[in-house]
Design a protein around this ligand. Structure first.
Ligand code: NDP
Length: 506
């Protein structure tokens, strides 16, 4: 029978896989990975890290054998290992990281598909039938897409947000420990940037700035933002050539140009104290999103005399979401985006194009397709958004408080599981309901943002559908990382809290 445990060598015989000094051994516990596959990370005789030896071992189903083990572990009854070398790559540190998003081909496809989808959505929202799944709308000629004035507008916006980022901050926070044991420092002034932007825009509008006209420029703006993102990602890729090895991300250094360009090579690209990833993550795109929403609301008021109730709701809900993200800005420092992913096309495009132009889709749809919404319906939708926000904020705050100070009175009474790393996992409160309660709250809010647009079209539900897919994928990535980090304790957590996002369903 296959049995193993950390720090314990069982069986004593040759494992016959040419590896020794196992670092991690584990059973993947999600449907994304067959439950009876044993994934193993280890070092070969030369000390190089290898991931990708697998054993199919039915006897291990549902068990986890994971930990920092230095002894050889014998899996005598397992089938012989099969290499999944094609699915791994070597980082400069010798670490083999699995390829994500379908490897270089998947990355290339996404780099075509994501910009095309953005333009399709913008065109569909203003078209009569507003079909999400219809044939792609005809792309206007270059003369309608490209304009130096629009480029100047975009650069002015980025420059303004960069200037606000550089203003003195109410607090400077430390990021998590890096590979070289250092900590980066980050200004916490995102909410201040939102308020100052609101002030400047308010002054501009009262001085005659035609903000509503922005709604007519969304297509060329998105086009220019896409081009800018490609150039920016290229510069980031070049900058990573001179970055120290310790500054590279685990996932974006396969040696394949396309894949690395997409994933991002450098973990925290900076010039001086200006952190490009942190800046892009929460400012130009997120604040740009609510500015676009506001422009659409103003335009609707100009067209129809006053903004519709549906437009007010969409604007209000999304402003709450953006305001919340910036108010709790410090929480971004522990997210996967900041701590794990390199800064390349994937994040740059997400931050600078995808968020402002596709997250504002409901407001775009409403401008061209007004929807009747009565007070009872509006109240019900407000209630749904409030429930979602309550779960989202409660779960995120509970975990953040617990991670910052486990003896804080608000979390001290919660039940926890100890892990080998010294950190504990919450197993009651929000995190005892499902394993990602914050995703559940986020999804409920996503639904509330679409409902004001009625049920006649699928297009305004794009965000909800895309976001559900994103969170399912993100959750699987996070589970794998947690399994690597916490091993046996994570498995115990999965047994005690069996559902991932939606209680009794998923
Ligand atoms: P999470 O905030 O869910 O963090 C996951 C981490 O939390 C794990 O890696 C682990 O890290 C810790 N953790 C997991 N379970 C427990 C537990 N039981 N007890 C204590 N700690 C635990 O990650 P995300 O960055 O994915 O999400 C942050 C927020 O951003 C979410 O609300 C999400 O919905 C939202 N989001 C929104 C997006 C959008 O486009 N609108 C996109 C992506 C995310 P460790 O143990 O190392 O602390």
């Amino acid at each position: 029978m296959c049995v193993a445990s950390p720090n314990l060598s069982l069986g004593g015989g040759a494992c016959g896989v040419g590896l020794r000094d196992w670092s991690y051994i584990g059973v993947c516990v999600g449907p994304a990975f067959a439950a009876d596959w044993l994934l193993r990370w280890g070092q070969d005789g030369q000390g190089a890290w290898l991931r990708g030896q697998e054993h199919r071992c039915p006897a291990l189903c549902g068990q986890v054998l994971l930990g920092q083990v230095s002894d050889r572990v014998c899996l005598t009854d397992c089938e012989p290992p099969t290499s999944i070398g094609a699915e791994t790559m070597a980082s400069p540190q010798g670490l083999k990281a699995p390829l994500e998003f379908g490897g270089p081909l998947g990355a290339a496809a996404l780099m075509l598909l994501l910009p095309a989808t953005t333009l399709h959505l913008l065109l569909a929202a203003r078209s009569g039938p507003a079909r999400l799944l219809g044939p792609p709308a005809r792309l206007p000629g270059l003369s309608e897409l490209w304009s130096p004035a629009v480029l100047l507008l975009l650069l002015t916006w980025l420059g303004l947000q960069a200037a606000l980022y550089l203003l003195p901050a109410r607090k400077v926070a430390e990021g998590l420990e890096l590979k070289d044991k250092s900590h980066l420092r980050y200004p916490i002034n995102g909410f201040q940037a939102l308020m100052l932007t609101a002030l400047l825009v308010g002054l501009g509008v009262s001085g005659g700035l035609p903000l509503g006209a922005l709604s007519e420029m969304l297509l060329p703006l998105a086009f220019v933002a896409i081009l800018t993102t490609f150039i920016f990602s290229f510069l980031l890729y070049m900058k990573a050539q001179v970055a120290p090895t310790s500054g590279l991300a685990p996932g974006g250094n396969s040696g394949n140009l396309i894949y690395d360009f997409f994933m991002g090579r450098e973990l925290n690209p900076r010039i001086g104290s200006f952190d490009f990833k942190y800046f892009c993550e929460l400012r130009p795109g997120l604040i740009g999103w609510v500015l676009i929403n506001l422009a659409l609301l103003i335009q609707e008021a100009e067209l129809r005399g006053s903004p519709s109730l549906a437009m007010w709701l969409v604007n209000g809900f999304q402003l709450l979401y953006v305001g919340d993200a910036l108010w709790y800005e410090e929480a971004v420092l522990t997210t996967m985006d900041i701590t794990h992913d390199g800064f390349g096309f994937m994040l740059a495009f997400g931050d600078l194009v995808w968020v402002p132009f596709t997250y504002s889709l409901q407001a775009q749809f409403l401008l061209y397709h007004p929807q009747p919404l009565g007070l009872p319906g509006a109240l019900l939708i407000c209630l749904i958004n409030a429930v979602g926000y309550y779960i989202f904020r409660g779960a995120n705050s509970q975990k953040n408080t617990f991670r910052k100070n486990p003896s804080d009175p608000s979390v001290a009474g919660l039940e926890t599981i100890p892990t080998a790393t010294g950190k504990r996992l919450l197993v009651s409160g929000w995190w005892g309901m499902v394993r990602h309660p914050n995703y559940l709250g986020d999804l409920i809010m996503a639904l509330a943002w679409s409902l004001p647009c009625g049920v006649s079209h699928l297009l305004p539900y794009f965000y909800f559908l895309y976001f559900a897919a994103l969170l399912v994928h993100r959750e699987a990535r996070d589970e794998l990382q947690c399994l690597q980090k916490y091993g046996r304790a994570w498995h115990e957590y999965c047994q005690r809290v069996p559902y991932r996002i939606v209680p009794y369903i998923y």
